[in-house]
Design a protein around this ligand. Sequence first.
Ligand SMILES: Nc1nc2c(c(=O)[nH]1)N[C@H]1C(S)=C(S)[C@@H](COP(=O)(O)OP(=O)(O)OC[C@H]3O[C@@H](n4cnc5c(=O)[nH]c(N)nc54)[C@H](O)[C@@H]3O)O[C@H]1N2
Ligand SMILES: Nc1nc2c(c(=O)[nH]1)N[C@H]1C(S)=C(S)[C@@H](COP(=O)(O)OP(=O)(O)OC[C@H]3O[C@@H](n4cnc5c(=O)[nH]c(N)nc54)[C@H](O)[C@@H]3O)O[C@H]1N2
Ligand code: SF4
Ligand SMILES: [Mo]
Length: 907
Amino acid sequence: MPQANRLARTTCPYCGVGCGVTATLENGQLIAVEGDREHPANYGRLCVKGTALHETLGEQGRLLKPRVDGEEVSWEQALTATAERLQAQRSAHGPQSVAAYLSGQLLTEDYYVANKLFKGFLGTPHLDTNSRLCMASAVAGYKRAFGADAVPCSYEDLEEAELVVLVGSNLAWNHPVLYQRLKVAKERNPLMRVVVIDPRVTDTCEIADLYLGIRPGSDAYLFNGLLAWMADHQRLDSVYLERHTEGLDDALSTARHNADSVEVVARECDVDAERLETFYYWFASQLHVVTLYSQGVNQSSSGTDKCNAIINCHLAGGKIGLPGAGPFSITGQPNAMGGREVGGLANQLAAHMDYHTPGARELVSRFWTTQHLTPALPDAPGYKAVELFDAIERGEITALWVMATNPAVSMPDGEKVRRALAKCPLVIVSECVANTDLLPFADIVLPASGWSEKDGTVTNSERRISRQRGMLPPPGEAKHDWWILCEVAKRLGVGEAFDYTHPWEIFDEHARLSGYENSGDTQRLFNISGLAGLGQAAYDALAPIQWPVTQQASRGTARLFEDGRFATANGRAKLLPITPRPPEQPLSDDYPLRLNTGRVRDQWHTMTRTARAPRLMNHRAEPFIELHPDDAAQAGLTDQGLAKLTAAAGEYCGRVRVSNAQRQGEVFVPMHWTDCFTKQGRSGALIKGYTDPLSGQPEAKQGAVAVSKLPIAWQATLLLANELDMQTSPWRRSDYWARIPMASCTRWQLADSQPVADWLAQVEAWCGVSASLWCDDPATGRLRAAGVVKGRLRWWLMVGPPDELPGLAWLEARFNDATLETPHRRRLLAGCDDGAVDTGPVVCSCHQVGKASIVKAIHSGDTSVEALGARLACGTQCGSCLPELKAILEEERPHARAKQTANTEVA
Ligand SMILES: Nc1nc2c(c(=O)[nH]1)N[C@H]1C(S)=C(S)[C@@H](COP(=O)(O)OP(=O)(O)OC[C@H]3O[C@@H](n4cnc5c(=O)[nH]c(N)nc54)[C@H](O)[C@@H]3O)O[C@H]1N2
Ligand SMILES: Nc1nc2c(c(=O)[nH]1)N[C@H]1C(S)=C(S)[C@@H](COP(=O)(O)OP(=O)(O)OC[C@H]3O[C@@H](n4cnc5c(=O)[nH]c(N)nc54)[C@H](O)[C@@H]3O)O[C@H]1N2
Ligand code: SF4
Ligand SMILES: [Mo]
């Protein structure tokens, strides 16, 4: 008998906005998701990644069984091997030879247990996290200024601000729901202004009143200049500075030294002086200013300084601790904040205490009862991510446990990291999916449960703790990360400290530690002791709440520092003297272009989950290289051609996107593609491992590369029935390939420098199925062919550039036909139904609306996104494509008008 639908509330596992999700479960399956209307992060909204969550689930492609040395084994064998081999490395090389590399995508409970096991009981400080690549500079900046890693703001502050400054943040794509909230607030408050500071014109600029397309890496000049300007124009809040801060004189004189006039700053930042001064004027004359910053600031060899340059300006103007004001570092991962809270960075201990916090080491030892252990809790920080992999390469660290991250892709100096992984005697990987670039390096593979299966908490960008709830059983033998860690702890002989039976017990311990001997003075700000002792039922029912949560603040805390007291020893916030530094990766004759890397709207990091939802592959299907028309022309590149980037550390191939959104001399590549999806498209291979000296965060936004045309003799598109899509696919030997999973087949884009003499023989050799129908044009080298076996379409091939492809939906559907009907069979080479129109590349992922349909609607009179939405439904669900719709409108309107005028004239 079918069970009735059940609704469950949980939290989205992607970005740091931390949206509440309501999931519909039917017959043990999660069949739909929508935004939780009561969740204070999103009030019912979801972005396109969130709305596709249920399409990423299912057993296929998941890791189902543990493996040791490539063999599937029982959990008992896997856990024993993990414990024994870790122990063996420790005995042979000492506790500090063992390391863990964690992730902001673990739940707080998983994270807490890992940190406690490695630092507390294995006695190694070498436990770091991918948040090092992400938030480390923001953390270091806050700690220097406020004495604690404390995000002062709430999302509401963005809505209440009069001026919102977005620095190095493509909010429209990367925190889409927050962007939507900001956009609505701006529509409601016509006085609100938005400034975007980013070398690239991004979709976020859609709502910008002012855009500053600065030279990459020059942000510190810009904010130093602002501080000096405020001082020169009597816009400092001297009362606030006097009462609540220190360090102004130093900060100001340093700022004046290197950014003493608008002209100097305009030159350093390569922006128009008048526009720059407009920004200064706006910032200085508003009290309610939020500066929201992200990876364009953090991922820099001077990221911490840039964060402080921003914070300086807020302190100097007293624009903090008020509604609608503050320096707001927006977090990337769903639980980067939770990881910081448990102490998951190598320079932290636990509960926001670090090695320099007086008495912290003794306190944590007492709490964990590790005082009498040898080795004891480490007394100095461990290696930060880049140093960690260097230490592995040196042979100093010999055992590494990686959880929920993929350093083989996301670390800078990718080839070096891979060498280190290959060399490391023991690599343990906890992972959900069966295919990643990291798994081939693993000696022990542990299948982990994933979103919808795991149970625990995450903290979003505004310090709000929400529950992720387990709704489905993990597939195969996959287990929860905390459980795996506890079982290994038992086999290492420290089981009594890890005898948890449910995540609520772990959360409870974490909450108690945060309040343990915490006198409540502001120095240990991270305090959620108000959430201790919940018990399982209250934990399960926990409603989203912002820390600190204490007896005095039992309903959480929306905003910090309202009383002007900071978490420093003397309670004062610090302004810091900032000397701007250029990027470490030098441009040269060999590598003359500045490389920028980042995200695309519909993919999440290494695509292990988002590529499982075919509609998310449509927006950007292949790795790409975006560059300015002049640079393209100089290198002889055309839009949609193929090109290669070369850097000192490695190479990258992708499809060319010629774009005016890029500054001249700069290229942008996405960070998402891996060896699972393309031949050579890992951005990490191009970046050197230079880091910020304070935070250890790598300079992922400022590489140096050269671009050249990829020499090719042909391009082809091969669609394959999924059964024929093999790991060893021989077409992978082509100079370029990109694999694009679709709903009922797999698409491959291929290109090579060697001509193919006989395509029909070639494709038969590749697929083992000969061509049933084909047509070719020897004059142009174009060919279309298809292989049909017993009435079923097995493959479809087009030799020619991909811009000649028909829309692929019709062809894709043919792979589902049990027997191809004659009319369909006849249309196979055309690739579409008779008279069918090509809808073009997908712009709106939610409703799968293509560009050609949009252009057609504009030409027939639609002049606004609303009109397009009414006609085609595009942009009416998550809204992420609205900026792109607007851009197409801008582009097409003149043509449409011309056409309409012409029509009128004819009439
Ligand atoms: N769709 C999607 N959303 C995501 C993610 C994802 O993978 N996909 N990942 C999540 C994670 S973990 C993170 S950390 C966030 C990141 O969110 P963002 O920080 O918004 O993402 P990025 O695209 O890496 O970089 C932001 C912008 O910085 C700009 N930039 C580069 N150099 C400079 C510079 O020198 N100065 C300034 N001012 N700007 C510069 C880039 O051009 C880019 O537009 O996104 C989160 N959200
Ligand atoms: N060039 C360049 N490099 C970058 C960046 C950039 O902008 N440019 N950005 C950096 C930033 S900000 C970030 S955050 C990183 C992100 O980079 P990564 O962390 O390496 O990327 P993900 O794909 O998110 O990796 C998460 C892995 O964990 C698995 N997983 C998911 N959930 C679970 C779970 O619950 N348990 C376990 N055990 N596994 C799980 C996923 O399948 C996936 O393989 O990349 C960094 N690298
Ligand atoms: S905005 Fe972020 S948290 Fe919200 S639905 Fe999208 S990816 Fe998930
Ligand atoms: Mo991140």
